[in-house]
Design a protein around this ligand. Structure first.
Ligand SMILES: [Zn+2]
Length: 223
């Protein structure tokens, strides 16, 4: 009797059906975990990416193509990173990675997200920055029971540093609001250093100097 049962993932042959069904290989494992959240996100991002790099291709890409892709592990790694990072606008971040031809091996690096935050903050108007700030203050108020106007005086500095690094607080606020200055005054030198690393300070210093009307407006709302 020959080896009649073949694994369609690794092509290995088996004499018995039972041996085949209990057999496990890397690609079969990938196939069996395709419905897990990380696999689903990874597949969607990979699918969009393939479409982005080759928009003309007629061929419909399947999960099977994904499982066999040499980039499978890279996309799974990125999906896990996204699940952990929880960016405010995941799709915007992903489109940015595509557009700037960032190498897949750099997608899950802290520096990459930080650069994205730096660049996208420069494109935002002061109105949108203040609007997002007010929403952040209100949700902080709901979580803590403080009045939202007390944010800059009461929020733990660790929380604030994280919000700045994650781009939830725009440099517009940090540089033009007097209340934000109170917050910075409460921070440790190491925390200030972390913030400086996540903001293009030179660019923002010039921008703030050129925008007195915006600075005044921002202060009226947040003070
Ligand atoms: Zn196999």
């Amino acid at each position: 009797m020959g080896n009649e049962y073949q694994c369609k993932y690794c092509m290995k042959k088996f004499a018995r059906e039972r041996t085949l069904s209990s057999h496990m290989c890397e690609k079969k494992r990938r196939f069996m975990s395709i419905d897990e959240p990380s696999s689903r996100i990874a597949f969607q991002v990979w699918y969009d990416f393939m479409k982005y790099v080759a928009p003309q291709t007629k061929k419909e890409r399947t999960t099977d193509d994904f499982i066999r892709s040499p980039d499978y592990i890279g996309f799974i790694k990125f999906a896990n990173y996204i699940i952990q990072l929880r960016p405010t606008e995941t799709n915007k971040f992903i489109k940015w990675l595509f557009k700037h031809s960032v190498k897949l091996s750099n997608w899950s690096k802290r520096e990459t997200y930080s650069l994205y935050i730096q660049e996208s903050s420069k494109l935002e108007t002061v109105e949108r920055a203040v609007e997002r700030m007010v929403l952040l203050m209100k949700s902080w108020s709901e979580e803590t029971g403080h009045s939202w106007e007390e944010y800059f005086q009461e929020v733990p500095t660790v929380t604030a540093v994280n919000s700045i690094v994650m781009g939830r607080i725009s440099p517009w606020i940090i540089y033009s609001s007097k209340s934000a200055q109170d917050l910075l005054d409460r921070m440790e030198p190491g925390q200030l250093e972390t913030i400086t690393r996540s903001i293009d300070t030179e660019w923002w210093t010039k921008k703030i100097q050129k925008s007195p009307t915006e600075v005044q407006w921002c202060n009226q709302i947040l003070n």
